[in-house]
Write a protein that binds this ligand. Sequence first.
Ligand code: IMP
Ligand code: MG
Length: 193
Amino acid sequence: MYNLEILLTEEKLQAKVGELARQINQDYAGKELLVVGILRGAFVFMADLVRKLDVSVIIDFVAVSSYGDETASSGVVRILKDLDETITGRHVLLVEDIIDTGLTLKYLYKNLKARRPASLKVCTLLDKPDRRKVDLVPDYNGFIIPDYFVVGYGLDCGQRFRNLRGIYVIHQKSAEETEETQEEDVKGEASHG
Ligand code: IMP
Ligand code: MG
């Protein structure tokens, strides 16, 4: 059982996405931008972001998996779905939901850079610099957050909660808490159909 505590409201997120889009529109004025989302977490953020861009936009996605357990990135990254687009000579913006250790993005950045794009920049909604293992500073960043595990707005815990409109800190309930609220949880679940 989990407790969800609101960290960033829908309003705050939308305002920030607007700010990021304004900056990107300025920086890429007159250019065509290939926006590359990292699946699956970036899909909500990217959908909101591209709809606020008024430069010419093409979108693509990559899916990666890092070896190691679910919560600690190992740095060994495998590309599960590569780009469909060729990026040589094009302006590429990599869009990520959250940078944690930075290992995933560092690997992807090097991999894409080797294909010689005209430019390659990184845009992340969230950044947890406390946990960084490699040096990596995003070109565009929404919010710097402490070392919390967060869900919602595309981010998951065990593939759940991606559909929440805000971003929440997820706390595991203690055994006693779980027992106390079990009845309510069952009721809650039932009412959600
Ligand atoms: P990194 O290689 O450690 O930077 O891993 C980044 C990836 O880990 C993100 O793209 C997320 O998929 C996942 N991740 C890291 N922190 C969180 C979190 O707080 N909530 C949900 N996913 C996270
Ligand atoms: Mg991710």
